[in-house]
Design a protein around this ligand. Structure first.
Ligand code: FES
Ligand code: FES
Length: 200
């Protein structure tokens, strides 16, 4: 069975597959804990990690808890709340961002694994007050209703087009299948990605 393509961690620093799996499992286990649970609150403090990130073209040197996800660093440390936290378990795609040009689900990605990375979020897509062609296409094709999933859909759509996976509606549906829309705006989303792919 094919893996969920949008959930793939396609790039990053050179770490072994074992390290990546261990780190991801640790993040998933933490994410699964109910807020305020004894296990969560009694977890031993972890030594802080200093890392540099370039987010939407701007450099940051940050000191983070090694258990913090990229999503939480974006939202809570950098106050970039455009990237949404839906499931926090890698299942909905609302938290999709581009890291070194590749899309990832940022809720399952430890920030400490990405020292030196270049991250692009929805806040960096608009340039000089002008919407990106994919954003314009989302508006033109009614690719959103409540809008909660939209930042992740747009970042995933940018990745899908850049990967060359936007050649047909079926291909777009497959390669965007990790991005869930509870409103059911899928026809507009697929049309928007196809439209923007045709323009680029
Ligand atoms: S919040 Fe990350 S996949 Fe749902
Ligand atoms: S537009 Fe509402 S969840 Fe997608």
């Amino acid at each position: 069975m094919a893996e969920n393509p949008s959930a793939l961690h396609l790039s990053g620093p050179r770490i072994s597959r074992r390290e990546a799996l261990q780190a991801t499992a640790a993040a998933a286990a933490l994410a699964a804990l109910p807020p305020g649970s004894a296990a969560a609150t009694n977890a031993p403090a972890a030594a802080a990690v200093t890392l540099t990130l370039t987010v939407n073209g701007r450099g940051h040197t940050l000191t983070v808890d090694p258990r913090q996800s990229v999503l939480d660093v974006l939202r809570e440390t950098l106050d970039l709340t455009g990237t949404k936290k839906g499931c926090n378990q890698g299942a909905c795609g609302a938290c999709t961002v581009l890291v070194n040009g590749k899309r990832i689900v940022s809720c399952l990605t430890l920030a400490s694994m990405y020292d030196g990375a270049r991250i692009e979020t929805i806040e960096g897509v608009e340039k000089d007050g002008a919407l990106h062609p994919l954003q314009e296409a989302f508006v033109e094709h009614d690719g959103l209703q409540c809008g909660f999933c939209t930042p992740g859909q747009i970042m995933s759509g940018l990745g899908c087009i850049a990967e060359g996976h936007a050649g047909s509606p079926e291909e777009i549906q497959f390669w965007m299948s990790g991005n869930i829309c509870r409103c059911g705006a899928y026809p507009g989303i697929v049309a928007a990605v196809a439209d923007a792919a045709g323009r680029s």
